[in-house]
Design a protein around this ligand. Structure first.
Ligand code: GDP
Length: 304
């Protein structure tokens, strides 16, 4: 129910647009497909994924000879669900993590302002609620605000934060956080890192260095590299995904700010273009406003 609420704006907007596009038309012809293409693109599904969806629908129109606009809704829904399925996007409902990996090391990357710190705070709260112990590493050391914010979240949630302050070596922070997790048998380490993008080589080197020091303690770590993207920024989110996936092996996505936006389509386009599962979505600023991505619910809320 809260997902519906969170995504209301995206849903309304997509449906208003789609409704208008097909109003007064009975069959799915080229004009309707052109309108649909525009609706998908203005909903931030992205050009490539939009083209893919349109082609699939064209193929079905060709096969079935005649499709009415109600049927368009049904097959559009099927195609979008199919895309999310192909991209292995989760249909999770809880925040549990593999228990056999201890500590489980999660590296979080993303540019400033996307909601990285907030997402880490919310996730820590959920993991704690699920009975896990958590430690945070403040390795985004280039902005004092980033370190302070993480410490605030740590206090709020009641989890320790390893920090060396601003302008310190990010990998030294990661080293200490993971070492402490091993020493104290903490379940989950979340490392906040790399808020900058403008120097890709630096970013790459920095992440490589962080991985190397972590692996001294936990050879198979990090278990996840999660990229946080702001779902309200449309094309920018695509560009950031492109840059970060070039710099490191991103294995999961968290897409934030899907509450205040008409652009939930970003979830569909990004998971399709980058073949990386969306794991979490942010639907507000509050501590409970993070959800495990559920593709069935997502498609439902888009098409209700
Ligand atoms: P960071 O610089 O990437 O660490 O970004 P922050 O975590 O500091 O978040 C930037 C702003 O976005 C803050 O005002 C957050 O409250 C807000 N924010 C984060 N996630 C969400 C979300 O899912 N929805 C909304 N509406 N705001 C969010």
């Amino acid at each position: 129910e809260s997902l519906d609420k969170g995504l209301e704006k995206s849903k309304e907007s997509f449906f208003n647009k789609l409704g208008k596009a097909v109003a007064g038309r009975s069959s799915v012809d080229d004009d309707v497909l052109d309108e649909l293409e525009e609706v998908l693109i203005t909903s931030d599904v992205g050009v490539d994924t939009t083209v893919k969806i349109i082609e699939r629908i064209e193929a079905r129109v060709a096969k079935d000879k005649y499709l009415n606009t109600d049927q368009l809704n049904v097959i559009l829904r099927e195609e979008i669900a199919g895309l999310l399925e192909e991209n292995n996007t989760t249909d999770g409902t809880d925040f549990s993590l593999p228990t056999d990996k201890k500590p489980y090391v999660l590296l979080v990357v993303g540019v400033n302002g996307v909601g990285k710190t907030t997402t880490i705070g919310k996730l820590s709260a959920q993991f704690k609620k699920a009975g896990k112990s958590v430690i945070l590493g403040a390795a985004d050391t280039f902005r004092a605000a980033a370190v302070d914010q993480l410490i605030l979240w740590g206090d709020r949630v009641g989890v320790p934060v390893v920090s060396h302050g601003m302008n310190t070596d990010p990998s030294a922070v990661a080293f200490d956080a993971v070492k402490r997790a091993v020493d104290e048998q903490v379940d989950i380490v979340i490392i906040d890192t790399a808020g900058r993008l403008h120097t890709k080589v630096n970013l790459m080197n920095e992440l490589t260095k962080i991985k190397k020091v972590i692996q001294k303690f936990v050879p198979e770590a990090p278990h996840e590299i999660m990229l946080v993207l702001d779902g309200s920024t449309g094309q920018n989110a695509f560009i950031q995904a492109q840059e970060f996936t070039k710099a490191t092996d991103v294995s999961a996505l968290a897409i934030t700010k899907l509450d205040g936006t008409a652009k939930g389509g970003v979830v569909i386009g990004i998971s399709d273009q980058f073949k990386i599962p969306v794991k979490y979505i942010g639907v507000g600023e509050g501590i409970d406003d993070l959800q495990v991505f559920n593709k069935v619910e997502f498609v439902d809320s888009f098409f209700k």
